[in-house]
Design a protein around this ligand. Structure first.
Ligand SMILES: Cc1ncc(COP(=O)(O)O)c(C=O)c1O
Length: 392
């Protein structure tokens, strides 16, 4: 008999509930329904033209081979320059790895850092792949509730009170998915110190940097060279499908990260790397910054609209493109609410259950990755839904 049964470890790797919403939304669209998409975690804009042009120019040479496992030196140099300019942090290019998205960066970081049963502290609500990949590499996700009064971010006290003898590291994300909240400079620097005192690793997911609306986000690199930074061309740079991101590692981890890149990926997509060379140039940056301003305008429309309808938003999100709204005035089951809202009014949103076990039934994540017009339409439909149920 041939084995076809996946490993026991796979039982711990969950899929996203939002897929149920997306599958249903796609079926409804195929049947002619008009759907307002506020479930999607990627920019709706097409890739900025200067980036596309650079990609095409490279492809026209028809020589698309592997690059060095670590990525194109010229692209790593641009990223290094970017860190100096944005954060005042000096990062030599041998600490920068070009990866297939932040997903690739997360995979390399966890594969390199985890021994069997090592515990990793991660915030709840948080990005679901963190715990799934930790499990895949034999670690133990220790999922800890972070609260609205702490901006849904870690505090030093919370980290200390959950750190055990088996804890090996901490994950932090600012701006956060799903809440869009930032961690302050002071608290981030405290966390770096705390993890250093404990002798653990710190992985800082900075994928939504660049998409902040009132203040810039701080990088953990501003406080130490010995941290692991995940970042990507997916969000601010608007290149999700090009599958390109980067990982910054401490000096001592360069050899392990290189070996993992070689074994896992050989290299990241070559044409995407050549396209991304254009992403730091002034013409591309002008497009990307204008889009950031548009995200801010959308956030404001959605934020005020949801509040007016009676959703409670404990923190006006300062970054990313999500609003995590408390819908407990209307339901005690946000998953059922999301499915019903889709079914009755054609509005797709993500239920809290996708982001952990911290009161998920109270929350919905609204992504403003669609036009202001569509957001207005979504709000009108949500109002009609609430009226039809006698909830407003
Ligand atoms: C917090 C966070 N980290 C990492 C990722 C992975 O993104 P990518 O692999 O496209 O760079 C995402 C994608 O939504 C995310 O929200």
């Amino acid at each position: 008999m041939l084995i076809t049964r996946p490993s026991n470890r796979m039982k711990e790797v969950s899929s996203f509930h939002v897929m149920d919403v997306m599958t249903r939304a796609k079926k409804m669209e195929a049947a002619g329904h008009d759907i307002v998409h506020m479930e999607v975690g990627e920019p709706d804009f097409s890739t900025a033209q200067p980036i596309v042009d650079a990609g095409i120019e490279f492809l026209q040479q028809a020589v698309v081979h592997y690059t060095e496992a670590q990525g194109l030196p010229a692209l790593r140099q641009k990223i290094s320059d970017f860190y100096l300019q944005q954060y005042g942090a000096s990062v030599p290019i041998d600490r920068i790895f070009i990866t297939p998205g932040a997903s690739g960066a997360l995979t390399v970081a966890l594969a390199m850092l985890l021994d069997k049963d090592d515990e990793v502290l991660m915030p709840d609500p948080g990005y679901p792949c963190n715990s799934n990949l930790t499990t895949l590499f034999g670690g133990q996700p220790k999922i800890v509730s972070v609260d609205a009064e702490d901006d849904f971010q870690w505090t030093r006290e919370k980290v200390l009170s959950h750190w055990s003898d088996s804890t090996k590291g901490l994950m932090v994300a600012s701006p956060s998915n799903p809440t869009g909240t930032l961690i302050s400079a002071e608290r981030l620097s405290d966390l770096v110190e705390t993890v250093k005192e404990k002798g653990g690793f710190l992985i800082s997911d900075e994928i939504y940097h660049g998409l902040t609306y009132e203040q810039r986000a701080n990088s953990a690199l501003e406080y130490s060279d010995d941290v692991f930074i995940l970042n990507s061309f997916s969000k601010f740079f608007g290149m999700t499908g090009w599958r390109l991101g980067w990982l910054i590692v401490p000096e001592q981890a360069i050899s392990a990260a290189t070996r993992l890149m070689q074994n896992l990926y050989i290299s990241s997509p070559t044409h995407s790397q050549y396209a991304a060379l254009a992403a730091f140039e002034d013409d591309a940056q002008a497009v990307l910054l204008a889009r950031r301003d548009e995200f801010k305008a959308r956030r404001d429309v959605l934020f005020h609209g949801l509040e007016e309808l009676g959703f409670v938003i404990e923190h006006k999100p300062q970054g990313a493109f999500y609003i995590y709204a408390d819908c407990s005035a209307f339901t005690d089951d946000s998953y059922a609410f999301a499915l019903e809202l889709l079914e009755q009014q054609g509005v797709a949103v993500t239920p809290g259950i996708d982001f952990g076990r911290n009161k998920p039934e109270r929350y919905l994540r609204f992504a403003y990755t669609t036009s202001r017009q569509q957001i207005e339409l979504g709000l009108t439909r949500i109002k009609a839904f609430l009226v039809s149920k006698g909830l407003v």
